[in-house]
Design a protein around this ligand. Structure first.
Ligand code: ASP
Length: 427
């Protein structure tokens, strides 16, 4: 059986469109409240298919990152290059996150999302997550037990172990060569597994989106419309102005080409609301369609899925100003800077999974003394925003990867600029 990439992408797009239509139809008609429809379809078949889809993406993450990064590190012609790529990538990830949160707060000051929102007293208690210190973050990157790191999916630890293992292969002579050839074969096999599991993607995307739009309270969106649409506006501006400008200015690459080759990944991120679960697709696309060398992509993409969350930072920027406004608090310049620093640091070492952005928001609010319990106001509408911001998160990972790869001579422009839709699955 063969399926072409173009056909698969088209089917995923159809899955997304049908999911949106069906989900909204169920929501508006009130049918989602029907016990029979809810238990048999929404919490039954659709939830089942959607969960299998996300779980099968997640199952790929650790094997893929480990095998791919070991191969990538071992194949580096000059190991010092890895350090250079690492520093550039971290710098750009931090820069884009700072731009994202500043843009969000700037827009929130102009459009005042908290104005006119009637706030009922909330009694919900929300537990505060403390922001880890930078020293803790660095210490925690080093695993004491690589098996445990893989079992728990601690991506920064898996990345560190894989790089060390790859470096050890390079300096091990013949035994290293033998093990590397096994890893190279394993890499091929894991990539084939990605392709096989991609076959259920259109159904998975359809099921996930149907369930979210059927059960999400659309009424709540209208009540907090200003906040909701402002977050979306900031996300869209970041995706269509900031990334394309950085791509063009820093690497000379065509932003249109980038989006054309990358939008399938955005649909995955949108439907899973998890940059981690999307990682296999982001990595495959970065290498096969954006032309980034495996040595670079296998390092920068998993790193980005873990530490680079521009979309999340945008939500946090708008949410912080929103909560300050409804609480009647005027934040000082010092506090605003503190928000930028905390939100940026908080995103490091936090896995890209659904809803984690709100957990991180508690750290930010706590840091500047804003009431944490007000988060309960925005929880109800966060799922849809989570989907959109995750699409922005993965776009940032790939854009930075392309910029760094181009600068380091690790990007094949003939692939980046081509329209080829190679075969993606055979069996
Ligand atoms: N769901 C987001 C991600 O995985 C994180 C968040 O903002 O909640 O990238």
């Amino acid at each position: 059986m063969k399926i072409s990439n173009a056909k698969l992408t088209r089917n995923i797009l159809i899955g997304m469109g049908l999911g949106l239509i069906l989900g909204l139809a169920l929501n508006f008609s009130g049918l989602q409240k029907n016990e029979w429809i809810s238990s048999l379809f929404i919490e039954g078949v659709f939830d089942l298919v959607g969960n299998i889809f996300v779980r099968s993406l997640k199952l790929l993450v650790v094997p893929l990152v480990f095998v791919s990064l070991v191969c990538g590190t071992a194949a580096m012609d000059d190991v010092r290059k890895l350090g250079k790529i690492g520093i550039k990538t971290m710098g750009l990830y931090l820069l884009t996150t700072c731009i994202a949160i500043s843009l969000a707060m700037g827009l929130a000051f102009i459009f005042k999302p908290g104005q006119g929102v009637a706030v009922a007293e909330t009694t919900d208690s929300i537990s505060i997550t403390e922001a880890p210190s930078i020293w803790e973050v660095i210490t925690n990157m080093f695993p004491t037990n690589p098996v445990q790191a893989m079992a728990e999916g601690s991506m920064l630890q898996v990345i560190v172990f894989s790089i060390l293992f790859g470096l050890a292969i390079v300096v091990s002579g013949k035994p290293g060569q033998r093990i590397l050839s096994i890893f190279t074969d394993l890499n091929e096999i894991v990539l084939k597994l990605v392709m096989i599991l991609m076959l259920i993607a259109p159904y998975g995307v359809f099921a996930k989106i149907t369930v979210v739009f059927a059960v999400e309270g659309v009424d709540a969106i209208w009540q907090l419309g200003r906040y909701f649409f402002l977050v979306i506006l900031a996300l869209v501006l970041h995706a269509v102005i900031v990334y394309p400008s950085l791509l063009k200015l820093l690497s000379g690459l065509s932003p249109i080409r980038f989006l054309k080759n990358f939008y399938k990944v955005q649909i995955f991120a949108f439907s899973t609301a998890s940059s981690n679960a999307t990682l296999p697709v982001t990595l495959e696309t970065a290498e096969k369609k954006l032309g980034v060398n495996n040595s670079t992509a296998s390092f920068t993409i998993p790193l980005g899925a873990t530490i680079n969350m521009d979309g999340t930072a945008i939500m946090q920027g708008v949410a912080t100003i929103f909560i300050a406004q409804i609480s009647g608090v005027d934040l000082t310049i010092g506090q605003l800077l503190m928000v930028i620093v905390t939100a940026t640091l908080a995103s490091i070492g936090t896995a890209g999974v659904p809803g984690v952005g709100l957990v991180m928001l508690t750290m930010v609010l706590n840091q500047v003394g804003l009431p944490i319990e007000k988060i309960s106001l925005i929880i109800g509408i966060d799922r849809i925003l989570d989907m959109i911001r995750t699409a922005v998160n993965v776009t940032g990972d790939a854009a930075v990867t392309c910029i760094v790869a181009k600068g380091e001579g690790q990007l094949d422009e003939s692939i980046y600029n081509s329209d080829t839709q190679e075969e993606v699955a055979r069996s």
